[in-house]
Ligand binder design. Structure first.
Ligand code: ARG
Length: 464
């Protein structure tokens, strides 16, 4: 038999108690408890709105608000045990409030439903978290910038198909990631606009029958606007999906840099050495130093993609308005927030502390004919159709491969076997620095262009 203390707030029309296993499956408290501060903030605002509507007296409102604040500190201090039969955080807070202030606590839910309440809580939560994530993205961009600034003279092979392609500056390579992260930040900021909408007043689905001042609620809770349709307000989670999509793209970018760090720290590349602080050893092979944290950044991209797919699938074909399916939005959302924050923070530190082996990078640019395109462009500039020039230089490369030589080691006589148009200056043209610095186009890899990029980045970072 249910006693007063275990009774559900919705039990009026029920004769039997809910099955124990069903109760367990139904409960979301184990994960939505993390929303308690936002839930209480929303309830305090709602109390003020009820007072303004004349539904609560000033004294009643004050008592409720004081009670809610006490519940908040109890939960924060671990003094209130959140047991699963309380179902979810909304009911847990209300229950504890009623225990504290008596039947008056039951007035709090006037003109409100858990449906608009949960939509509000998630929006409040996500607004806070997006701002935190944006700060971390800012730090990450800064770490890339600092490293890029240090390496405006560090030459390395740029790759396509993971084959050495053309020489680039390490600085240029890193700033490519800066641009990606910059767009990730912009996407999140844009997503924030659609999260920043206040749903309270939507009630269960049809809107509240009380004269609630939604504009007042919006101001109290610091939202930019209010939802314009109550059914939409309680039943969509596109703002969650949008955030999860932004997160998936961001993790995709991080996974690419992570993969490069894994490769670069291998003996085969030897381009970088990670700090001991961000590496781990092997339990059996004493010589090992593994880039586990880069690997995890790469690996955790999987769960962030999975979380997006999970919520897309939960929402698919759901009839309006609220459905309990939507309770399944929370764990994927929380997991993505946690993962993103953890990965961004560690990754930035890993970048700041890694050691770059400049000479290894430089050496890799002379092995592999990275300036072959420059030799072809040289002939093209003398009127040879580029396709033809490509073929001529291809033959010169084949000649070098046979003799185990680099392009820069060919003498003029050898060059002229392939085309009489080659003159003494071809020697300079195939030199790595010269190749690199010929790419003075905006966005190119010459020292000059990269310095301009860096200046632009510096201005952006200052603006914040
Ligand atoms: N725990 C629920 C959720 O996360 C809250 C809303 C429940 N509403 C309801 N009418 N059962 O979605």
């Amino acid at each position: 038999m249910s006693t007063e203390s275990t009774k559900k707030p919705w039990s009026g029309r029920f004769k039997a108690e809910v099955d124990e296993l069903a109760e367990k499956l139904n409960a979301s408290l184990s994960f939505d408890a993390r929303l308690f501060r936002h839930d209480i903030r929303g309830s305090i605002a709602h109390t003020k709105v009820l007072q303004r509507a004349g539904i609560l007296t000033r004294k009643e409102a004050d008592t409720i608000i004081r009670g809610l604040r006490e519940v908040e500190s109890e939960i924060a201090g671990g003094g209130f045990v959140l047991s699963p039969e309380l179902e979810d955080i909304h009911m847990a807070v209300e229950k504890r409030l009623t225990e504290k202030i008596g039947p008056l606590g039951g007035k709090l839910h006037t003109g409100r439903s858990r449906n608009d309440q949960v939509a509000l809580d998630v929006r409040l939560y996500l607004k806070d978290e997006i701002r935190e994530i944006l700060k971390l993205v800012g730090k990450f961009k800064k770490a890339l910038y600092v490293l890029a600034k240090r390496h405006t003279e560090t030459v390395m092979p740029g790759y396509t198909h993971l084959q050495r392609a053309q020489p680039v500056l390490l600085s240029h390579h890193l700033l490519a990631y800066y641009q990606m992260l910059k767009r990730d930040g912009e996407r999140l900021l844009d997503c924030l606009k659609r999260v920043d909408v206040m749903p309270l007043g939507s009630g269960a689905l049809a809107g509240s029958p009380y004269n609630l001042d939604r504009e007042y609620a919006r101001r109290l809770l610091g939202f930019s606007s209010v939802t314009e349709n109550s059914m939409d307000g309680v039943s969509d989670r596109d703002f969650v999906l949008e955030f999860l999509s932004c997160a998936a793209i961001l993790m995709m970018h991080l996974s690419r840099l992570a993969e490069e760090i894994v490769l670069w720290s291998s003996q085969e590349f030897g381009f970088i050495e990670l700090s001991d602080k961000y590496s781990t050893g092997s339990s059996i092979m004493p010589q090992k130093k593994n880039p586990d944290l880069a690997e995890l950044a790469r690996g955790k991209t999987g769960r962030v993609y999975g979380n997006l797919m999970a919520v897309l699938t939960v929402m698919k074909a759901l009839p309006l308005a609220y459905n309990k399916d939507m309770q399944e939005d929370k764990e994927p959302l929380f997991d993505t927030v946690d993962t993103l924050k953890a990965v961004l923070a560690v990754f930035a530190r890993m970048l700041r502390t890694m050691k770059v082996r400049r000479s290894k990078m430089r050496k890799a640019t002379v092995e592999g004919f990275l300036t072959a395109t420059d030799a072809a462009d040289y002939l093209a500039a003398k009127g040879v159709p580029f396709r033809k020039a490509h073929e001529v230089v291809g033959k010169a490369v084949a000649y070098c491969i046979e003799r185990g030589k680099g392009l820069e080691e060919l003498d003029l006589g050898e060059w002229q076997r392939f085309s009489p148009l080659f003159e003494a200056d071809i020697k300079d043209v195939v030199a790595v620095e010269r190749s690199l610095n010929s790419r003075k186009v905006r966005g190119g890899t010459s020292v000059e262009s990269v310095k301009k990029q860096l200046e632009m980045v510096e201005r952006e970072l200052k603006k914040g």
